[in-house]
Design a protein around this ligand. Sequence first.
Ligand code: NQM
Length: 358
Amino acid sequence: MSRASISGVPCMLMRGGTSKGAYFLAGDLPIDPAERDEVLLRIMGSPDPGQLDGIGGAHPLTSKVAVISPSAGPDADVDYLFLQVAVDEATVSDRQNCGNILAGVGPFAIERGLVSPGPEHTTVRIRMVNSGSIAVAHIATPGGVVRYSGDTAISGVPGTAAPVVLDFTGTEGSAGSGLLPTGHVTDEIDGLRVTCVDNGMPVVVAYAKDFGLTGYEPVDQLEADDALGDRVQSLRLRAAELMGLGDVRESSVPKTTLVAPPADGGTICTRTFIPLRPHTSIGVLGAVSVVTAILLDGAVGHDVAHIPDGATRFDVEHPSGHVQVEVEVDARAGPPRVRRSGVVRTARKLFDGTVFPR
Ligand code: NQM
């Protein structure tokens, strides 16, 4: 890759949900994707486990990028391309969405003048370029200014902030192979029964007990277990082939979520790998996908989940608390279809300025 000659790049650092990322206008980055990715690696400080010479946070959850532009189509206001910048490898992947970083996209689009704010609230229609699906973000803009402070708490984030309500449509089959990418509600892989699902994020759902786990282990215990990492990798590599994703050794999808009965009043308990490091909570579209799976009769997790009749809001337990997601699935006749999904997140502008790639 040639080193693009570029000096300072306008950049806003934001927390989106339980992730943190660098937000750019597409016009401020090289047009050529290979040159763009090379600049982003230099900006984030990858490859380096500490990302010391860049602004990445040395973890997949804080090494994320959003590239935003006015929308090319009439059904959205802005286009949002999500890029996962690997921490210790020189790779940048556009093969997944990120519903957490999505929470900052509406505020960023308003701050940069791509969307005119309303006097109280602003609705921003966002095309998620990675999958082609649409998210509608509802943002508080009293007096035409984005309000970041508020009283909404989300697990894994200290304090409270203004809510960003996100509604999703068209998220099923984000990776191109439908809601149940293997064509089955369950498959057997490596001797394990799994459900492969994709309602915004391709996820392999398996029982924690089949890995010799309770499903309630803390993240550092999971992180220290090398044999577990090897088993998760073997499972996802085989699952990816059945899901039509090909060789995913260098891809951040599919994720793997191990499920167990709820332990804290929720719907289901989860431990998620992104794709090999344990998530400190769970991704937004990851949680939406897992809930979609457990709503299906016979799917992995359906039997251990607590699903009240007619419920549309579900409480997903994860290592640092809970996330509530809304999912409506029509599974009455024929293949299951998703009617809608949604989630409440918060976002915060941390820094706005110029970043200098090394
Ligand atoms: O699933 C992490 C995160 C994510 C993705 C990951 C996400 C989502 O927590 O929509 O938000 O799964 O790599 O930011």
